[in-house]
Design a protein around this ligand. Structure first.
Ligand SMILES: NC(=O)C1=CN([C@@H]2O[C@H](COP(=O)(O)OP(=O)(O)OC[C@H]3O[C@@H](n4cnc5c(N)ncnc54)[C@H](OP(=O)(O)O)[C@@H]3O)[C@@H](O)[C@H]2O)C=CC1
Ligand SMILES: CC(=O)N[C@@H](CCC(=O)OP(=O)(O)O)C(=O)O
Length: 337
């Protein structure tokens, strides 16, 4: 058994992570780290954990105290706060999966430009594997720190990377339109997620400015060996969870619907969580799972590729457990299938 600490367990990704870890045969959750001083029980903070993890409470622990109790940590914290915590834990010998965006971008200047903060741990920028096993499995195995991917980037990279690698779509001119549910914004209340504002409404946000744009550019650029700039626009949909991304690209030559689908099927033939489907997926088809569904079609001279994931599972905590399994040498699907 590996002893596991979770930072940010009071949030949404923390909750999903605890649900998965509770049924992981190799993990024992030994610390839930929080800024809250009054030690609430986790079942009080997340009533859905009643009867599952009743004995645990949120504690304000120092990195030294965590290092005495745990060998592995998940940081479900906001960016910047997360890297500071990760650096302290790595310095004390723990292995870490960081669910924030702090180690995803490989260029410090790009991070500081898009996140508007000075990076708290610049030493590790550019040296941390990007935690998308479908693309970087070998680098993740044996790593002591892994940067869990962004939810939207996961839903854009998985459908597009194989087509770019196969030379079936052009790197220039890619457009990604994504929609997510309100849990994407975390548990901390904000007016835009207030029921009367979000319910029965649909909006684009972060147009041209969303911080996931450089992340998508970086990983797709790495996949095809060319610099590219994707136009990515996120939307907020009146649902709890899920992401649906519709990606548009220029096919190279006469790449047909069948050729696009065949390339995706070949790329993901051995992947336990990715299915290439014959009809456009919906967020409900993958809700509460670590699964990904991808559909491709050529439409009026464009390649249209649609991808559905659960933002909190494959987009966050499920991917984090998949990375944990690889880092620890467990079967990759443990607690996820
Ligand atoms: N929601 C999603 O769909 C996804 C989220 N992510 C990323 O995962 C991370 C966690 O997200 P999510 O669970 O949604 O967020 P939440 O807001 O739901 O929870 C984050 C938790 O972090 C703690 N926290 C908040 N601010 C600070 C701070 N300044 N310093 C230290 N701790 C803090 C809080 O716990 P406490 O009050 O107990 O200290 C809080 O409950 C973020 O980096 C997010 O970007 C990634 C992919 C998808
Ligand atoms: C609705 C909403 O606000 N969604 C979030 C989703 C991103 C997220 O959760 O952050 P990661 O970078 O860690 O994936 C956003 O757009 O910032």
């Amino acid at each position: 058994m590996v002893r596991v600490a979770v930072y940010g367990a009071s949030g949404y990704t923390g909750l999903e992570l605890l649900r998965l870890l509770a049924r992981h045969p190799e993990a024992e959750v030994t610390a839930l780290v929080s800024r809250q001083e009054d030690r609430p029980s986790i079942a009080e903070v997340h009533p859905s954990l009643r009867g599952v993890l009743d004995g645990l409470c949120l504690e304000s622990l120092s990195p030294d105290e965590v290092a005495e109790r745990a060998d592995f940590a998940f940081a479900c914290l906001p960016h910047a706060a997360s890297a500071e915590t990760c650096a302290a834990l790595l310095g004390r010998g723990l292995k870490v999966v960081d669910l924030s965006a702090d180690y995803r971008l490989t260029d410090r200047a790009v991070y500081e430009q898009w996140y508007g903060v000075t990076h708290p741990d610049p030493e590790r920028i550019g040296k941390t594997p990007y935690g998308l096993p479908e693309l970087y499995r070998d680098a993740i195995r044996g790593a002591s720190l892994v940067a869990n991917p962004g939810c939207y980037p996961t839903s854009a990279i998985l459908p597009l990377a194989p087509l770019l690698k196969a030379g079936l779509i052009a790197p220039a001119g890619i457009v990604v339109d994504s929609a997510t549910g309100v849990s994407g914004g975390g548990r901390t209340p904000k007016p835009v997620f207030h029921f009367p504002e979000a319910n029965e409404s649909y909006m684009a946000y972060g147009v041209g400015t969303h911080r996931h744009m450089p992340e998508i550019d970086q990983v797709l650029g790495d996949a095809c060996g060319a610099d590219l700039e994707v136009v990515f626009t996120p939307h907020l949909a009146p649902m709890d969870r899920g992401i649906l991304s519709t990606c548009y690209a220029d096919p190279v030559g006469d790449a047909s619907s069948e050729a696009l689908t065949a390339a995706l099927r070949e790329a993901y033939a051995d992947e336990p969580f990715v299915t290439v489907v014959d009809a456009s997926p919906s967020t409900k088809h993958v809700a509460h799972t670590n699964r990904v569904q991808i559909f491709a079609k050529r439409v009026r001279g464009k390649a249209v590729v649609v991808c559905a994931i659960d933002n909190l599972i494959k987009g966050a905590s499920g991917a984090a457990v998949q990375n944990f399994n690889l880092m620890q040498g467990y079967a990759e699907t443990t607690a996820l299938d």
